[in-house]
Design a protein around this ligand. Sequence first.
Ligand SMILES: Nc1ncnc2c1ncn2[C@@H]1O[C@H](COP(=O)(O)OP(=O)(O)OP(=O)(O)O)[C@@H](O)[C@H]1O
Ligand SMILES: CC(=O)N[C@H]1[C@@H]2OC[C@@H](O2)[C@@H](O)[C@@H]1O[C@H](C)C(=O)O
Length: 378
Amino acid sequence: MGLISGTSVDGIDVALVEITGCQRDLTVEFVTGATYPYPSELRSQILQVCSGTPLSLAELAQLDDAIARTFAQAVMTLQQSSQPADLIGSHGQTVFHRPPQSTQLGYSLQLGRGELIAHLTGITTVSNFRVGDIAAGGHGAPLVPILDAYLLRHPQYHRCIQNIGGIGNVTYLPKLNSTPILGWDTGPGNTLLDLAVQYFSQGTQSYDKDGAWAATGTPCLPLVEQWLQQDFFQQPPPKSTGRELFGWDYWQRCLTELEPYKLSAADVLATLTELTAASIYHSYCQFLPQLPDEILLCGGGSHNRYLKYRLQTLFNPIPVFSTSELGLNADFKEAITFAVLAYWRWLGIPGNLPSVTGAVSEVLLGEIHTVFTPNVIP
Ligand SMILES: Nc1ncnc2c1ncn2[C@@H]1O[C@H](COP(=O)(O)OP(=O)(O)OP(=O)(O)O)[C@@H](O)[C@H]1O
Ligand SMILES: CC(=O)N[C@H]1[C@@H]2OC[C@@H](O2)[C@@H](O)[C@@H]1O[C@H](C)C(=O)O
């Protein structure tokens, strides 16, 4: 079973999978999955911590345990209608991510401690996947590209797999036997859009369903061009980012910079959607050896029809479709990855892709928490 709550902090994705084989012969069958929203108070607390609100060490421990309990509850709820899992891989909730710099290792903190999930569910749990890669000088992100490499590589076509979650990230899969697999965070996915929707709807809506609101607006292209000049977009891979850069403070700066243009709410949403689409397009043009033959979308943003239309227009004539159309569930791919990474950790197989994260070598990812004192939630 794989578990994650991503940078949108919308809820816990749980995927139950059946795995056979190992690496080249790996097969992953998606059995079932569900997303369990966070209780609203816990979600607000996480979002506050992500935007820099200080908390004491006792409060940090309490938050870590509250998240672990919510994750464990998600496992137990899914298991009421499915067979029990042999192993859990839990990513947890990222609350802070600092990419490495020339003389400084990166730092990435995921809460929802694995030992408590193991204790509460009675199932061996692997957690804390990013630190192994970070210790080897890598970004510790993105980690999903290795699953894309085993499950989605094509013998004749160069493919890009584009996740559009809170943050966007790409995996470049050159056709078999050609140049290395690449991957990096492309910038904002839905974080800024979600913040804008909450602002304009006075908290009554949390996201722009299907992109319907943005689709009625017109993007302000000079602003998008201006925002794309930012260092992060110019920086070559390996690179990673998070809500620290594309979160609340960034949205507040957007509001200030939008002010002179006197745009409608729909125009602002179209402009932020364009930033996501254009940042993806420009990063492919800047950093890939060549544009791909196909682009496969995944993550919640793959359901945003207006965003998909903008990507199709920018990349025309390259086809843009969803990983679900190739049989890999676009909503649960991240959760599925952490189930596979846990399995590899259990078998002693490295889980990082140094050509993506920038680590100096392949390493084992994750810490294994066995069950000493089971206390299964009723
Ligand atoms: N039907 C839809 N139309 C438009 N946007 C959608 C739709 N469904 C989901 N989303 C967007 O997708 C977001 C959630 O995506 P997802 O669950 O992939 O993100 P995440 O996993 O939290 O982030 P990350 O991949 O950065 O860790 C929502 O916040 C929302 O903005
Ligand atoms: C530090 C962190 O949690 N990063 C996330 C985030 O969300 C998307 C993108 O930024 C990606 O790099 C990563 O998550 C996925 C699961 C990954 O590691 O591939």
